[in-house]
Write a protein that binds this ligand. Structure first.
Ligand SMILES: [Zn+2]
Length: 251
C-alpha cells in the first residue's frame, strides 16, 4: 500500500510539472502571435497613411495648377485692359471685351474650384495628421511590448529548463513501466494524465467508475486507469482521508 501511495504521489508531482510545462509552451506559442497581429494592424494603418499622403499631394498639385492658371489669366486681362485704350475700331474693341469677359468668368470658376479644393485638402491633412499620431503611439506601444515580452519569454524559458530538470528527477523515482504508461497517455490525451476519483467519479471525464473497479481502486494495490477516459486514477481518500471524513461528518 505505501509503495502504491508513493508511486501515485510521484505521478501527481510529475503531472504538476508537466502542467506547468504545457502552460509555458502555450505562452511561448501565443506570445509571438500577439506581436504579429499588432504589427499587421500597423501595416494596414501605414498603407492608409500612404494613400492619404498621395491624395494630399494630388490636391496640392491641383491647387498649384489652379493658382498658376489664375495668375496667368489675370496678367492677360491686365494686358488687354491696357491695350483696350489704344483700340480704334469698335469691332476689335468688342472682341477684346468678350475675350476679357470670358477670361474673368473662367477665373471666377477657378476661384470657386479652389475654395472647394482647399476644404478637401484641409480635411485630408487633418486625417493624415491624426493617423500619423495614432501610428506613432502604436509603434511606441509595440516597441514597449516587444521589450517586455522578450523579458517575459526569457524568464519562462529559464523556468522551463528548471522544470525539465525537476521532471527528470521526478521520473527517476517512478518505476519505468509506470512512467511509460504515464507518458503514453500524456502524448495521446489532453492534460492531465493522472486524476483523482471523488465519490466514485473520475475527475478527468466526470463519469462514474464501475463499482467493481472502484472497490479495486480503494484497495490501493495497483495503478488503475479510468475505463472511460483511460487516464490514470487514484482514490482521493487515500491522500486526504481526514478532510473527506470531515466533509462526510458535515453531511
Ligand atoms: Zn475518466
Amino acid at each position: 500500500m505505501s509503495l502504491y501511495i508513493d508511486q501515485i504521489r510521484q505521478l501527481v508531482i510529475l503531472q504538476k510539472i508537466d502542467s506547468q510545462i504545457i502552460e509555458i509552451d502555450k505562452r511561448l506559442e501565443e506570445a509571438p502571435k500577439e506581436l504579429e497581429s499588432l504589427q499587421e494592424a500597423l501595416t494596414t494603418k501605414n498603407e492608409r497613411l500612404g494613400q492619404l499622403k498621395e491624395r494630399v499631394d494630388i490636391l496640392k498639385d491641383q491647387q498649384h495648377k489652379l493658382e498658376t492658371d489664375i495668375e496667368e489669366d489675370a496678367t492677360r486681362i491686365k494686358k488687354s485692359k491696357n491695350k483696350l485704350m489704344m483700340v480704334e475700331n469698335t469691332k476689335e474693341y468688342h472682341a477684346m471685351m468678350r475675350e476679357m469677359d470670358s477670361l474673368e468668368k473662367m477665373n471666377r470658376m477657378r476661384e470657386e474650384e479652389k475654395v472647394t479644393l482647399m476644404e478637401d485638402l484641409k480635411d485630408q491633412e487633418v486625417l493624415f495628421e491624426s493617423l500619423s499620431e495614432e501610428i506613432k503611439a502604436q509603434e511606441a506601444d509595440l516597441k514597449e511590448k516587444q521589450t517586455s515580452m522578450e523579458l517575459e519569454l526569457n524568464k519562462i524559458k529559464n523556468k522551463r529548463k528548471k522544470l525539465e530538470k525537476e521532471k527528470q528527477a521526478a521520473c527517476e523515482l517512478i518505476p519505468e513501466p509506470i512512467f511509460k504508461r504515464y507518458d503514453y497517455i500524456r502524448t495521446r490525451l489532453e492534460s492531465p494524465v493522472i486524476v483523482s476519483v471523488t465519490d466514485g467519479i473520475c475527475n478527468g471525464c466526470h463519469i462514474s467508475i464501475p463499482p467493481q473497479k472502484f472497490i479495486e481502486l480503494q484497495k490501493g494495490e495497483q495503478i488503475l486507469s479510468c475505463p472511460n477516459c483511460h487516464r490514470l486514477i487514484y482514490w482521493e481518500d487515500h491522500f486526504f482521508p481526514q478532510e473527506n471524513a470531515k466533509e462526510a461528518a458535515k453531511k
